[in-house]
Design a protein around this ligand. Sequence first.
Ligand code: ARG
Length: 611
Amino acid sequence: MSDLKRGLSEAVAAAFAAAGLPAELGRVTPSDRPDLADFQCNGALPAAKVAKRDPREIAAEVVANLTGDPRLASVEAAGLGFINMRVSDAALSARAAEIAADPRLGAQTVETARKVMIDYGGPNVAKPMHVGHLRSSIIGESLKRIYRFRGDTVLGDAHFGDWGYQMGLLIGAVTDEDAQVAKAVEDLNAKGAVSDADEAAAFALFDEKVSLADLDRLYPLAAARGKSEPDYRDRARKLTAELQARRAGYFLLWRHFAKVTKVALERDFHALGVDFDLWKGESDVDELIKPMVEDLEAKGLLVEDQGARIVHVAGPNETKKKKLPDGSVVVVPSPDPLLVVSSEGSAMYGTTDLATILDRKQTFGPDHVLYAVDQRQADHFEIVFRAAYLAGYAEKGSLEHVGFGTMNGTDGKPFKTREGGVLKLNDMIVMTRDKARERLHEAGLGAELDPDTFEDTAHKVAVAALKFADLQNFRGTSYVFDLDRFSSFEGKTGPYLLYQAVRVKSVLRKAQAEGAAPGPIVVAEPAERDLVLLLDAYDQALIDAYDKKAPNFVAEHAYKLAQAFSKFYAACPILSAEPAVKASRLALAETTLRQLEQALDLLGIAATDRM
Ligand code: ARG
């Protein structure tokens, strides 16, 4: 079973071949001029070049070969050699019936299923998630669903940031601030072996003294000092190295950080409808690092550089100019080398990423790995991927950074709170839910829904508002956070889509109450034709989203489908139509609802029942 475009492409390709022309030129696309045609083929123009003939004459010949195809109500040559096609009502009715009978609503699966790993979310232990992690979570979750739906075996991994330099920064900041905690940590370090009682006592102290709010407050200060004070940075690196060597006190303090963070992270992810198959962190590959460093050494890839150990990843002719602090300019390799072991002996962000590639290869063996991470980390991934290919840890081209732009404030810069800080993800969810409640009250639903349903609906509206606002843009594009617009029930918004789905549900409920049931689909009216053409375009939207790693194609489809339903509903009465027409329209409405809800689900958006 294939969509109309593919079916027609085969027929047009055969018509090209029958005219002695390359069959692959018979590719059909949806028409740019829906007022003139449903589908078009522009292949006569390149064919004319190949055959040194007049494109109009070729178009006429292909049209003659196609005439009589029962799927086509009309086929015409136009302009310089375009071939315009209108599909017959009968063909549309048959395709609609196929889609209605299909649990996948007309969407095909990939020819060869692959094993795909998606690295997304990327929260950090000891720091609450902020809006920067929002996009990764939203895009990654949608890609995971789309890839899985198309038939791949997919694992989503949160890839916790829990083992790098930031841990050293935090250990330093927390022990600087609280002498009692510092003493407990030092005592444990000195002891080496830690008994259960020591451990329990230490955790009790940490629970009392070090909250997530403390970590949240201390981290930005420590990070800033690390940037401006070389001594502070070196100490943090040393602490990181000691943690990685599992010095007892640091290790227990770090476990406390992980514990308090995880509670908040789970709450935020759950609220967003995001869940991971693997909840692994950088620390989980710690054991792989030592043998990996030895392996890189054995392969001759590891180079000493001012006490650190690095891997050069730039080719001989790849250089860039770099300005030194004294103002002079030097030519250096580009991309930068991968810093594997710092001069203090700690593994870096890129080191854990490289070891994670090995871990994934050993445990899952993915054909492809997608990293849904901020575009600003593009250089980091370029360096890590090159190192992985050089070391033979991944097949060339199998690692892909799926970058995205930022969510900005009205000033065009990455979104900040009124106080100028980053907005925490949880605060954003709370804020959006408040807005959704307001909207639902405006729509008069405060009185209509029982309190639980009202809250559940408000939450779903909020998530739909945030996710659709993000996913409707191509991921590379930055967008402006505008809660008023995102949460409106009108326009290109998540709530609008939920609302359209609710309208369909309400029609179906009324029909059921009257005892009317869906029946055979007979397409006749222009609005019915348009609706079926859209239902038919679902598969292509999924293919585009999959190939380009871009959920906005599915978002766009869902929006157009909702609009087409709205026009159909306005132009074609359902409940008042005579029985056969009513049954057909009910079937169309029901199929639209199923496809719309499925598309929303692939975006990670849950439908509501009333709005
Ligand atoms: N934890 C990182 C951050 O907050 C994102 C992790 C992305 N994934 C990865 N494999 N490096 O920036």
